[in-house]
Design a protein around this ligand. Structure first.
Ligand code: NAD
Ligand code: UGA
Length: 434
């Protein structure tokens, strides 16, 4: 099929590359010329395992192209995906201006040749109806189109796998023709793997996305609450949560306590869902509790550091991990950055390293000593804070780390080490919930 993707960020780029890999012809559109330049050279502007090879392969076989203008892409395509950003406004509402702009531009290019518009961006319930109204307002009379919702559940760091082997495909469509086109679109995938495809109404599809992210965030906040309880009660949160997760109704995933969730999605999407509840006149206390516990997670971690080191002013503190999670260079809402800002505000001298996110962090917080690896960070440090659970940190030579520190104290914000082993090596060790 002939597709176009409007907005080639984490979602649009991955979607475009994967649909090309599945055999479709894909035109990706973005108005960021710097990004386009990279795409056309076969370079990925984001760190995402496996994506660059797939990009190069599909540029070479001619199934994938990148351009800056929406009209020619719409003209050439049967299906047009909207994958633009939906950032939060200051008050927590979703800023839908990029969605509206994309809808208007699509409208100007459609006529009586039928087009299917697919909203893949994460949006509040009823947005597809607004997109439809917008297109109707600006399109030529007699234009033929439908708008469907097809939310995306990929995670950064495993984006390719999540798109090519999803847990489910959700399609919110209100008419048969649109459904049939979506079935044909996903056929190369559904022929290969056994994946449930759920047809729901458009509003349900939009709510499924916000509901799923809110539930996952709630699980993490529950784990962080249990970690707090276990610290106060002198129990071990990993033992407790592991056993709780053995119940198949609960499951073990997303029950890892730490310094809280970050990223471009959970914080934004649960605020957006909170706003939906508000608009509908529904009590929002569950959402507020998720947010409060998440803030407390990194603040409590910092308190442990302050309690142990007493005065932070003038102390050299090493931070390992800047990205909001491993296998990405994304630092949006990363708890590591909040912690660094607080350490600096208290007069600490911060040294930091991340396998992928140093360049982005340098732009956000320039006055930190960025290092080439974890060993350089440890050299002369009075404490090490582990903020992202990169595999590279799990495999460190801990004797070497200990010997290069002024005082061998580790605050492990992601519980990557066993406390007993760390104490045996000679570290003063603090995990989360243990
Ligand atoms: P992003 O900010 O990385 O990328 C958005 C892209 O859209 C940018 O490159 C921007 O230049 C482009 N854009 C905006 N308006 C445009 C226009 N009019 N014409 C052409 N290009 C335009 O965003 P993202 O992380 O890919 O997220 C996109 C949407 O998908 C959001 O709604 C997000 O919540 C959702 N989502 C994100 C993830 C994720 O892991 N990042 C996962 C699932 C869903
Ligand atoms: C999340 C969802 O997992 C995706 O399904 C969804 O598509 C995406 O948001 C989105 O809507 O954009 P992502 O933000 O990429 O994906 O990353 P996650 O793996 O979900 O991690 C989010 C945050 O939660 C990270 O900061 C991570 O460290 C934290 N986390 C995760 C925990 O603190 N504990 C856990 O047990 C799991």
């Amino acid at each position: 099929m002939k597709l176009s993707i409007i907005g080639t960020g984490y979602v649009g780029f991955t979607t475009g590359v994967c649909f090309a890999e599945l055999g479709h012809n894909v035109i990706c559109v973005d108005n960021n010329l710097e990004k386009l330049d990279k795409f056309n050279k076969g370079e990925s502007p984001i760190f995402e395992p496996g994506i660059e090879e797939m990009l190069k392969r599909n540029l070479e076989n001619g199934r994938l192209s990148f351009i800056s203008e929406i009209p020619p892409a719409v003209k050439e395509s049967e299906i047009i995906f909207i994958c633009v950003n939906t950032p939060p406004k200051e008050d927590g509402h979703v800023d839908l201006k990029y969605i509206e702009r994309a809808a208007r531009e699509i409208a100007l290019s459609i006529n009586d040749e039928y087009k299917l518009i697919v909203d893949k961006s994460t949006v509040p319930v009823k947005t597809a109806e607004k997109v439809r109204e917008t297109i109707l307002r600006y399109c030529a009379s007699g234009a033929k189109f439908d708008v469907v919702s097809n939310p995306e559940f990929l995670r950064e760091g495993t984006a390719i796998k999540d798109v090519l082997e999803p847990d489910r495909i959700i399609i919110g469509a209100d008419n048969e023709h649109a459904k049939e086109m979506m079935i044909e679109l996903y056929k190369p995938l559904t022929d290969k793997i056994n994946v449930p495809v759920k047809f729901v109404n458009v509003r349900s599809a939009e709510l499924i996305k916000h509901g799923a992210n809110t539930f996952l965030a709630a699980k993490i906040s529950f784990a962080n609450l249990m970690a707090y309880v276990c610290e106060e009660a002198k129990a071990d949160a990993l033992e407790v949560l592991d056993a709780i997760g053995l119940d198949v109704r609960i499951g073990k995933q997303f029950l890892n306590p730490g310094i809280g969730f970050g990223g471009s999605c959970f914080p934004k999407d649960i605020s957006a869902f909170e706003n939906t509840l508000n608009v509908l006149g529904i009590d929002m206390s569950l959402i507020k509790a998720i947010q409060q516990i998440n803030e407390l997670a990194w603040q409590r971690f910092l308190k442990k550091v302050e309690k142990e080191l007493w005065v932070l002013d003038g102390k050299v503190i090493g931070v390992l991990g800047l990205a909001f999670k491993p296998n990405t260079d994304d630092i949006r809402n990363s708890p590591a950055l909040k912690i660094i800002e607080e350490l600096k505000a208290n007069g600490a001298k911060v040294k930091a390293y991340d396998p992928q996110a140093v360049e982005k962090t340098k732009k956000a917080i320039p006055d930190v000593q960025y290092c080439l690896d974890a060993y350089e960070v440890a050299q002369g440090s009075e404490a090490l804070l582990i903020c992202t659970e990169w595999d590279e940190f799990k495999a460190l030579d801990l004797e070497r780390i200990k010997n290069s520190m002024v005082t061998p104290i580790i605050f492990d914000g992601r519980n990557i080490f066993e406390p007993s082993r760390m104490r045996e090596i000679g570290f003063k060790y603090f995990g989360v919930g243990r």
